[in-house]
Ligand binder design. Structure first.
Ligand code: ADP
Ligand code: MG
Length: 366
């Protein structure tokens, strides 16, 4: 049985005329010991989702079950879930130990037991002996660890984290996310985290749930979502820019960049095509799609190269990926061919229309 089940959960804010649907019939199941990360842009409903599970937000429809038990009549403090808020919300007037002990004190845990648990947790999060320190004197990363220790102290059956590493700088974030994953694995904690940062989600999670406008856009392991984004929205959200309308026929797609080979068994007809940068091969300018090399961006040992297709058309820029030594110089002319294995055929985009064979992408409805 799932530890957490959300079925058909809907939350609306505001009066009927200008109501906003923050969560729209969301279904989600989390197994015990699983680490699930909800990933979505700002405003997609992530915090609302956590608040509904925590019992801080009443859903307008649907049910939340913990261990199979309906939570509709259960107040927040009886649900046995821990929520670490986006901005930590540490108590500035209490020292570190006082913050970590907060949930235990609320439950009436005896003083000795509380002190022992605080020591244990501060060791666990890498802040041994920090109990008497003032929280205001801690760095951002240290505050983050205190907030985590505080959330873990009452041993919640489900730990929920709202943008857990959002405010930290990149280097620290990358280190902490690896530490967190190790820690949760050792403790066997069931975790539901939410973030707008794909790197964080993919590094932390066993399973990723991508959200858009209060709906689940895709669920899968990090590898599945990364390799096979379910839609143009997910692909773009993951940072892929080579996404264009296409007409697929047999083993090739007709696109603004000319014919692009697609994997065997790809769906046919009007679609959207994702070409991963690794599938954009640069060669002799006489072959394939003629392009001029534009900007180059260096990314830890690889080079992202932006290519401007030649000709009077409106073909969008193409992003390619090269090794440091193979990267062509800015302004150089190249011929582009494509590798089918790095091409993904996605459903036609909403609002995509075809006028006399020319694909027209309607503006996204906001
Ligand atoms: P996220 O955490 O993904 O950024 P939220 O869950 O905070 O998204 O918000 C989802 C949507 O619901 C947004 O449009 C937001 O403006 C709206 N919303 C959230 N909380 C409230 C509230 N208390 N009152 C009115 N609208 C809200
Ligand atoms: Mg939020």
């Amino acid at each position: 049985m799932a530890l957490l089940t959300l079925s058909d959960v809907t939350v609306r804010f505001g009066a009927r005329a200008d109501a906003r649907t923050a969560l729209d019939a969301v279904d989600l199941r989390i197994a015990e010991h699983e680490i699930v990360c909800v990933l979505g842009p700002s405003g997609s409903g992530k915090s609302t989702l956590l608040r509904v599970v925590a019992g801080l937000q009443h859903p307008d429809g649907g049910r939340v079950l913990l261990d199979g038990a309906d939570q509709s009549g259960v107040p927040a403090h009886r649900r046995g879930v821990g929520l670490m808020f986006q901005d930590h919300q540490l108590f500035p007037q209490r020292d570190v130990a006082g913050n970590v002990a907060f949930g235990l004190r609320m439950r009436g845990t005896a003083r000795d037991e509380r002190a022992a648990r605080v020591t244990e947790l501060l060791d666990l999060v890498g802040l041994p002996g920090a109990g008497p320190r003032a929280v205001a004197a801690l760095s951002g990363g240290e505050q983050q660890r205190v907030a985590l220790a505080r959330a873990l102290a009452p041993s919640p059956r489900l730990l929920m984290l709202d943008e857990p590493l959002g405010q930290l700088d990149r280097g620290l974030r990358e280190r902490l996310v690896v530490e967190l994953r190790g820690l949760f694995g050792r403790l066997g904690t069931t975790v539901l985290a939410v973030t707008h940062d794909q790197g964080e989600a993919f590094a932390l999670a066993d399973r990723v749930v991508v959200m858009r406008d209060g709906r689940v856009a895709q669920t899968g392991t990090p590898l599945e979502v990364w390799q096979r984004p379910a839609s143009a929205f997910v692909a773009r959200f993951l940072g892929f820019d080579n996404v264009v309308p296409a007409t697929v026929s047999g083993g090739a797609a007709d696109t603004v960049w000319g014919p692009v080979p697609v994997p065997d068994g790809s769906p046919q007809g009007e679609r959207t095509l994702l070409v991963r940068p690794a599938g954009v091969r640069l060669g002799d300018p006489a072959e394939g799609l003629r392009c001029t090399v534009g900007a180059r961006t260096f990314r830890s040992g690889r080079v992202a190269v932006l290519l401007r297709p030649a000709g009077p058309g409106e073909a969008p820029l193409l992003e390619a990926e090269c090794g440091l030594r193979d990267a062509p110089a800015e302004g150089q002319a190249v011929g582009v061919t494509f590798t089918a294995a790095e091409v993904v055929v996605l459903p036609a985009q909403e609002g995509q229309d075809t006028v006399r064979g020319a694909p027209v992408v309607a503006k996204e409805l906001s």
